[in-house]
Design a protein around this ligand. Structure first.
Ligand SMILES: CC(C)(COP(=O)(O)OP(=O)(O)OC[C@H]1O[C@@H](n2cnc3c(N)ncnc32)[C@H](O)[C@@H]1OP(=O)(O)O)[C@@H](O)C(=O)NCCC(=O)NCCS
Length: 163
């Protein structure tokens, strides 16, 4: 399977919202209750709002053999804000390719450390990449409370000319 990355375009928003929902409904359901999954996936119900969220970040999409397989976003210099893979492409290196790129982009923005609020479904993925758990959080979505874990990774020092 060939994975290619490109920046997200405004026209991708409806497809990314659908991918987000599928990802949460299938992969998120392994670690969260049905009601929690419903509240989480509803974050993409307002597509205009969802598109706005993507547009305010550096969002990249992954294509697997040309099909939309996942996306990830960097907020500011050092916060990995979203990382979602379509269940049809799970455990095939899509999130790894996205994360490799987002870590490089963060480094290029001179961040020393990257932070993510990792869902329980993503914690093993991030810990395998060298992210270290810092604290547990509770996120309130409507009447539901979802736990996640703030994790950080020290980025390697930038090499090359400095100013
Ligand atoms: C977490 C997520 C992004 C991982 O995407 P992915 O493309 O399947 O990840 P990769 O294939 O790059 O995984 C690389 C390695 O991470 C680890 N890993 C990934 N998912 C894992 C899981 N569910 N359980 C245990 N280890 C996991 C494995 O070591 C894996 O290597 P392997 O498949 O050779 O064993 C995906 O499951 C997802 O979208 N989950 C739902 C949404 C979510 O929780 N997003 C994160 C919000 S912070």
């Amino acid at each position: 399977m060939a994975i290619a990355l490109r920046p997200a375009l405004p026209a991708d928003a409806p497809a990314l919202a659908a991918l987000f929902r599928a990802s949460v409904e299938v992969l998120g359901a392994e670690d969260y209750s049905e009601a929690q999954v419903e509240a989480w996936s509803a974050l993409a119900d307002d597509e205009a709002e969802f598109a706005k969220k993507l547009a305010t970040k550096l969002t990249i999409v992954a294509l697997a053999d040309g099909a939309l397989a996942g996306f990830g976003a960097l907020k500011g210099t050092d916060f990995l804000d979203m990382l979602y893979v379509h269940p049809n492409f799970s455990r095939r290196g899509v999130a790894s390719a996205l994360c490799d790129a987002l870590e490089k982009l963060s480094l290029a923005r001179h961040a020393k450390k990257l932070t993510v609020d990792a869902s329980d479904s993503a914690e093993k993925f991030f810990s395998r990449r060298g992210y270290v758990a810092q604290r547990r959080n509770m996120t309130f979505l409507g009447e539901e409370v979802l736990g996640n874990t703030t994790m950080t990774k020290e980025l390697p020092a930038m090499t090359g000319p400095t100013q």
